[in-house]
Design a protein around this ligand. Structure first.
Ligand code: SAM
Length: 302
């Protein structure tokens, strides 16, 4: 993979150091020159932290570091203190499904949870599902996303050449939905996407009750076995007696939890088929080699 895309995706610095990046490579120019990557440029604190660790790596490898790099590095060091210092340090991350159009997401990359919420970053399962959907016909007029977090699955649907008429992004967490709303604006898809608070297991009330959604999507929403019955209850409400389907991407952290999900689906008369088990999200999206596989399920009413 070209280093540019992991850089714009702001992958963890320690993961970047697994590659031998040469002082003369293109990404080093972008690293210290804020304007060079335009709107997609990572924030100063990320660029500085990567530059610092690269210098240490180059010194260890006995490489000659160009004078110009040191000058820019010093300037970057001085400026990096001026990044905002919010409780959750957010930044704009760019995910490239195609080379032309990134999906841009305001998020806290690498943050696992904040105030008990897990939706402040995009998880690998979402990236895998975005890639899976990109290669296929969507064939849906109305799309609903469950546990949307940053919302990039729904937003990616709205960015297609032939988008659905409506994409509704739902989550239980109002703060997460507020960030998702900013992502909708950032990607300029407010004509198609709306946000809606929704907790799994709750009855479907207006505007989620009618007409039915053709496609329901969700990623990394099966991690808590105590919530799985509620989630499956929602799937049952959304799919029952309909000619529609859900595509749910589940990170395979714990096989027992996936078994709970499969059993719960069977118990609620939902057919649950494994479409793919993979960690691949396309050549331009970086996913750590350490990340668990993702299982994509298709779920329909029996
Ligand atoms: C691990 S994050 C995944 C976010 C996003 N789908 C992704 O893959 O990047 C789980 C998301 O589910 C939401 N969530 C957790 N419990 C929920 C519930 N009971 N009802 C609705 N959403 C819930 C969280 O707020 C969070 O945004």
């Amino acid at each position: 993979m070209h280093f540019l895309f992991p850089f714009l995706q702001q992958i963890p610095v320690n993961q970047f150091l697994r590659y031998d990046i040469e002082p003369s490579s293109d990404v080093v120019r972008l690293l210290l020159d804020e304007g060079a990557a335009g709107d997609n440029s990572p924030p100063k604190r990320y660029r500085y932290s990567l530059a610092k660790r690269l210098v240490a790596q180059w010194e260890r490898r006995g490489l000659e570091i160009p004078e110009e790099f040191y000058e820019k590095y010093a300037a970057c060091l001085l400026e990096s203190g001026s990044d905002s210092n919010d409780d959750v340090q957010t930044t704009v991350v760019s995910y490239f499904v195609t080379r032309e159009t990134p999906i841009r997401s305001i998020e806290a990359p690498n943050l696992i949870a904040f105030n008990g919420g897990t939706g402040y970053r995009t998880w690998e399962a979402a990236l895998v599902l975005v890639h899976y959907l990109h290669d296929r016909e969507l064939d849906a007029t109305r799309v609903l996303e469950l546990g949307c977090g940053t919302g990039i699955i729904g937003i990616s649907c709205a960015l297609r050449a032939r988008p659905p008429e409506q994409v509704v992004l739902t989550d239980i967490d109002g703060d997460v939905l507020a960030v998702c709303a900013k992502n909708i604006a950032l990607n300029d898809v407010a004509d198609v996407c709306t946000i809606q608070p929704y907790a799994w297991g709750e009855p479907l009330e207006s505007p989620l009750d009618a007409p039915p959604f053709d496609l329901i999507v969700g990623a990394d929403i099966t991690y808590d076995p105590t919530l799985v019955p509620l989630l499956v209850r929602s799937l049952s409400l959304l799919l029952k007696n309909q000619n529609n389907k859900a595509l749910i991407a589940c990170t395979k952290r714990n096989p027992d939890t996936l078994k709970v999900f499969e059993d719960e689906c069977a118990g609620q008369q939902l057919a649950c088929t494994v479409l793919e088990t993979t960690r691949y999200a396309g050549d331009l999206i970086w996913i750590s080699d350490d990340a668990p596989d993702v299982v994509i399920y298709a779920i329909t009413s029996v």
